[in-house]
Design a protein around this ligand. Structure first.
Ligand SMILES: C[S@@+](CC[C@H](N)C(=O)[O-])C[C@H]1O[C@@H](n2cnc3c(N)ncnc32)[C@H](O)[C@@H]1O
Length: 500
């Protein structure tokens, strides 16, 4: 089913906003109408409970859920009652619905999106749940898991210029609008940019919208903050797998992400930050750190990469065949699956890593730092502050000598606890770990020297003072003890266990 594109009309959009707010077509409003079971089922892509709840409700929000989220035809009078100011004529002019007898049917997905500070609405193409059909090659993605992951990891502070590469319907750009004086968005897809323009107007923000591939539309320009949820999906190039613009950047293997990493340095001001999601191939017997480490080393930028997940080729094929609307059991699914396995085998790839790459342009003349971490477990829901603090700590450590580090009176951060592991009957811990309650939620085993310092680190004593005392008690060489503990102290400071 060919869907039309939404139309920007400032007056009608102002009326639409008024109506959406009045109908409580907001994140809390929808949660209230659906209730926890139907809401959770819908999040798992099972619409039936939501259909049952909204079919039996006269709430205007229920009518809008049926129309814009579930893709159902809704009686014209019901829609008119739910949107009395903009009216059915208005949303028809805006290109959001078409008429089917006495009913209207949505031609795009429209849903609220909220942060602690904002409520926005985002229009995008209807997904396969609503259309019942596989996605079109030029499908414009709404808000997905990857979108919210990137948004939650981006460090936020007031900046002058920000860029969203591969903006799609503009989810990241909405976040950028909060803190940036100027927001530039780019995408290769004309269709995506039509949605981006609509969403900017609907939410009352202004973006400089550019069409073109990756960084081409911003040649010669620099930014304080660049974000990108790029089309990073590794896709066989033999034609057997449909190419979706929203996830396929047009290159073999993981080259799209490697090329983007290589290009970002030229577009950052000194002190600027770029953050992107990525997939990387892990060949047999290889370490992902070598591959991604080589990308970032060549970029000349500080880099902090957190690998969050690794899938084997079979898991990867299943994930992305399903994402495109194909289901196990069909001949097409089987052919795609085989093609993905062949493609990875041709490069001896045994795993695909997924993670968040944060790059920073040093503002002084120093060696860039590179930190590649594997953190698979749950992390804080909002990671931006952790990234901002971690970048600042790593930048400081890049020029802090071991000697100077030993003379700072560090304090354990408020979310840090120490775990002592005791053998039953013994009062002496066999092992000690330091645990983070927030951020990356790291748990780090400590040797007795590092544990000795962390146990007293309250901002009043330096590592040198504490470790010299410990060395004297144990009759060990103080210089040797402090030198042995420094790498662990650096790790704890970089990751926010120790602050000053
Ligand atoms: C995964 S979507 C991200 C959408 C949105 N930024 C988000 O976070 O949800 C990737 C976007 O990149 C765009 N894209 C694909 N190939 C591109 C290219 N060569 N240059 C720029 N954008 C591209 C797609 O049209 C799509 O909008």
């Amino acid at each position: 089913m060919r869907t039309s594109l939404p139309v920007v009309d400032a007056d009608l959009l102002a009326l639409l906003r008024t109506d959406l707010i009045a109908a409580r077509f907001t994140v809390p409003g929808i949660a209230e109408v659906l209730g926890p079971m139907a809401g959770a089922a819908l999040a798992r892509e099972h619409p039936l409970p939501a259909e049952r709840v909204t079919d039996s409700s006269t709430d205007p929000c229920a009518a809008l859920i049926r129309l814009f989220t579930l893709g159902a035809p809704v009686d014209v009078r019901e829609v008119q009652a739910a949107l009395p100011n903009v009216g059915v004529d208005g949303i028809t002019t805006l290109g959001l619905v078409r008429h089917e007898g006495d009913a209207v049917v949505a031609t795009c997905d429209l849903r609220p999106y909220a942060t602690e500070r904002d409520t926005w609405w985002v229009a995008s193409d209807l997904d396969e749940l609503a259309t019942g059909e596989p996605l079109r090659p030029d499908h414009v993605l709404g808000i997905g898991g990857a979108s919210t992951t990137l948004a939650s990891w981006t460090p936020r502070c007031p900046v002058d210029r920000a860029l969203d590469v591969g903006t799609g319907s503009g989810v990241q750009a909405l976040h950028l609008s909060r803190d940036a004086s100027q927001v530039v968005v780019s995408d290769l897809s004309e269709r995506a940019l039509a949605y981006a323009a609509f969403n900017a107007a609907l939410n009352g923000v202004t973006w400089d919208i550019r069409r073109g591939s990756m960084l081409e539309p911003v040649a010669g320009e620099t930014f304080d903050l660049i974000v990108s949820n790029p089309p990073f999906v590794i896709t066989p190039r033999d034609g057997s797998v449909p190419l979706f613009e929203y996830r396929d950047g047009g290159a073999a293997g993981d080259a799209v992400v490697a090329d983007l990493v290589a290009g970002l340095g030229a577009h950052l001001v000194p002190g600027g930050v770029a953050q992107l999601l990525g997939n990387w191939e892990i060949a047999r017997d290889a370490d992902w750190r070598d591959r991604v480490g080589a990308w970032v080393a060549d970029s000349g930028l500080d880099a902090w990469v957190v690998q969050r997940e690794v899938q084997d080729p079979a898991q990867y094929a299943e994930t992305w065949a399903r994402d495109g609307g194909h289901h196990a059991g069909t001949a097409q699914f089987r052919a795609m699956y085989a093609s993905w396995l062949d493609d990875f085998a041709s490069r001896d790839v045994e795993g695909v890593g997924f993670g968040i790459i944060t790059l920073h342009k040093p503002s002084t003349d120093r060696e860039p730092f590179v930190d590649l971490m594997d953190v698979r477990g749950p992390v804080a829901a909002v990671m931006g502050p952790t990234i901002a603090a971690g970048l600042a700590a790593r930048e400081r450590l890049a020029t802090l000598s071991d000697e100077d580090l030993l003379d700072v009176a560090w304090a354990a951060a408020a979310d840090v606890t120490v775990e002592h592991h005791l053998v039953p009957g013994s009062s002496q811990p066999r092992a000690v770990s330091v645990v983070q309650g927030g951020g990356l939620r790291l748990r780090v085993p400590l040797d007795s020297y590092a544990a000795g310092y962390v146990g007293v680190a309250d901002g009043s004593i330096t590592p040198r003072q504490a470790l010299v005392a410990v060395a004297a008690i144990l009759e060990e060489d103080a210089a040797e003890v402090t030198a042995r503990v420094v790498p662990m102290l650096r790790y704890l400071i970089a990751n926010g266990f120790l602050i000053d």
